[in-house]
Design a protein around this ligand. Sequence first.
Ligand SMILES: Nc1ncnc2c1ncn2[C@@H]1O[C@H](COP(=O)(O)OP(=O)(O)O)[C@@H](O)[C@H]1O
Ligand SMILES: [Mg+2]
Length: 362
Amino acid sequence: MAIRLLSIHDLRNIQTASLEPCERLNLIFGPNGSGKTSILEAIYLLGRGKSFRSAYSRRIIRREQSSLTVFGKTLSANDCSDSLGIQIKEGKFRAKINGEIEKKSSNLASLLPLLLISPDADKLIKGSPRQRRRFIDWGLFHVEHEFLPVWQRYNRILLQRNSALRQNNGSVLDAWNDQLVEAALKLDQFRRGYLTQLVEQTQCILPKLLEIEACDFRYLPGWPISESYEAALIANVDSDIKAGFTQRGPHRAELSMRVVGRPAAEFLSGGQQKLAACSLLLAQASVFNLRREENCILLVDDLPAELDTRHRAKFMDLLYSIGGQVFVTATDASSLDISGYPNKQMFHVEHGVITAEKRDGN
Ligand SMILES: Nc1ncnc2c1ncn2[C@@H]1O[C@H](COP(=O)(O)OP(=O)(O)O)[C@@H](O)[C@H]1O
Ligand SMILES: [Mg+2]
């Protein structure tokens, strides 16, 4: 999957811009505050239906304007072209796919699968278990089309069971238990299958970026592994009634990461946590590319700034070798040695104005 045309209007400091990214490596250079991250934000809006840095859509719209639009034309591996458009106006988000209004952001995501590697990627290591669940579930959504309905079903039943807990209604609770167990086990099975592949890929990538001894990954399903989920749920009913919600289940799952027996978040340095997070994200892109006959798009914001020269070069090599379209932002063109990458396009950004550099002028 690749974006071949991108138009942006009134997004942050970008009044109007139109660019034709190449299908592999796109480098976006420009000083601080020039609009580099805003370009990635525009792409992210197209593929996810929301921003990665503002919960308030009004803040994304260029000052003193009333709406923003982003339009993209994509080309898939089998030469299929789609157009995607989004608009934010009067606090409302509207999306169109091939001219038709689209209400589900999951359909945008299917059409434009993208992964963001931002300077706060390390929250994947040091953040809450929820971050890691979301990460795993994003991967699953893209490679297992039965996953989303199961996930939605599990969450729906969970809400119903929580409501029955608060009413302390025994017979209703029993009815929800059975359904919850069924959905939970399916969800758990999907996650385990996916993690086997993800961990395998991560273990290949990690040593190329990080000089550490082996990292151990363990999936904790959200209930004591010595018990079946059903038994764990029933054993905990009184405590659940007291709490007013379900305390065990896949919504409490965790991916534990340990290096030499210690939690990765404690053992690794800040820089190492970033590299470990990058390894996981690159592994996820790699699983996507293996499972689907398609590549997901990688957005890398400002990351090179935080790595030393050697790790930066290693990271860029991995990024390029995973395949697919990549967008990388950096303040300084000289901070990245890109001479070895044949298929690339550079863009220069200044005060929200984007200029493509001539391809053979690299
Ligand atoms: N709603 C807005 N309207 C106009 N300008 C904005 C808005 N929000 C942010 N900006 C400005 O847009 C510029 C670009 O930001 P950003 O894309 O983060 O820059 P970069 O990533 O190149 O450092 C910044 O100078 C910021 O002050
Ligand atoms: Mg930025």
